[in-house]
Design a protein around this ligand. Structure first.
Ligand SMILES: Cc1cc2nc3c(=O)[nH]c(=O)nc-3n(C[C@H](O)[C@H](O)[C@H](O)COP(=O)(O)OP(=O)(O)OC[C@H]3O[C@@H](n4cnc5c(N)ncnc54)[C@H](O)[C@@H]3O)c2cc1C
Length: 314
């Protein structure tokens, strides 16, 4: 078991972690990225990415993340294929973290970029048709359903926002909810009910997603929670919008979290309440949740980490 020391320890290897690494390495902080169980992060489980700036043609999510990793390595980042299982933030800086491998990581600064995972329904067809009609992100994939028929599953703010967003692309959006009223804010509900492009299906749960002849999503099998009757809804795209789970288990009781479990930072900044510890990307962002915003926050975290270290040398 080894001990690895660095001026900037980064937990997570999505766009936030890799961007922090690129900026940190170029500021001579010799960063270490502990990649976790999903090297490259969420974009490695998608296909087409059309909204990351800098690419005129459609690119693939896994390819984009390989490029970010290679860029971070070229400028001097050390990649560790390990998952952090314990952190000690109280006695820092330096901050200590223990990997699943038993290795110890010591960073004069710490960037938390552990991201989030969309919550899924866990029904048949959902994973198989992921990227082939089933998605968890309307901002990411709505554009692919221009002029098509889509459904959103959920009843909270995210679901209503996703349904409203999809009306930019589709005139036929169905919101499917398992109860007979929404949980979302009243103002969002008003906008939803006023929108002629959106219809609602109440008291319905999704039993399965079924492929059509071309292998992409053909229809959704629904079950009425009151009558027990099964029904079918033909759609081209289905957006599961039942929330996200930020990867913050490690930090419970060590850093403040909001009601949704996201790490709290100073408004407009990646600074947490512990000087020298920064949070970037989806782990702290329940609003935008995009690769480019995560990358931007990673950059901010690295710049602030550099300033934090410089201020200690004064
Ligand atoms: C299917 C899908 C399609 C998407 N399409 C788009 C799109 O087209 N455009 C767009 O802008 N956005 C898209 N997104 C959203 C985008 O992927 C996220 O906003 C972005 O990846 C967030 O980056 P992040 O760096 O904050 O975290 P993530 O990408 O979530 O990465 C988190 C990282 O933390 C690591 N980690 C977690 N816990 C630990 C631990 N204990 N120890 C070490 N490492 C750990 C993981 O291994 C992972 O590497 C999509 C998301 C999904 C799921």
């Amino acid at each position: 078991m080894a001990t690895h020391r660095t001026k900037m320890l980064i937990i997570g290897s999505g766009p936030a972690g890799y961007s922090a690494a690129i900026y940190g390495a170029r500021a001579m902080l010799e960063p270490i990225v502990v990649q976790g169980i999903q090297p490259g992060g969420q974009l490695t489980i998608t296909t087409d990415v059309e909204n990351y700036p800098g690419f005129a043609d459609v690119i693939q999510g896994p390819w984009l993340m390989e490029q970010m990793q290679a860029q971070a390595e070229h400028v001097g980042t050390r990649m560790m294929w390990d998952t952090i299982v314990k952190v000690d933030l109280e006695s820092g800086p330096p901050f200590r973290a223990i990997g699943d491998s038993g290795d110890e990581y010591i960073g004069d600064t710490l960037v938390i970029a552990t991201g989030a995972q969309a919550k899924w329904l866990g029904v048949p067809g959902e994973q198989e048709l992921g990227g082939k009609g089933v998605s968890a992100c309307a901002t990411c994939d709505g554009f692919f359903y221009r002029g098509k028929k889509v459904a959103v599953i959920g009843g909270g703010n995210t679901a209503v926002e996703e349904a409203l967003y999809l009306t930019n692309h589709s005139d036929d959006v169905t919101l499917i909810h398992r109860r007979d009223e929404l949980r979302s804010e009243k103002i969002l509900q008003d906008r939803l009910f006023k929108n002629p492009k959106i219809s609602t299906l109440w008291n319905k749960t999704v039993e399965s997603f079924v492929a059509g002849e071309d292998g992409t999503l053909g229809h959704i099998v629904l079950r009425d929670t009151v009558s027990g009757e099964a029904s079918m809804l033909e759609v081209d795209g289905a957006f599961v919008a039942i929330g996200h789970a930020p990867a913050t288990e490690l930090f419970k009781g060590k850093l403040p979290l909001d009601g949704g479990g996201y790490l709290l930072t100073e408004p407009g900044s990646p600074k947490t309440e512990i000087p020298g510890v920064f949070a970037a990307g989806d782990v702290t962002d329940h609003t935008y949740r995009q690769a480019v915003t995560a990358a931007g926050m990673g950059c901010m975290a690295a710049l602030d980490a550099e300033r934090f270290l410089a201020s200690r040398e004064d």
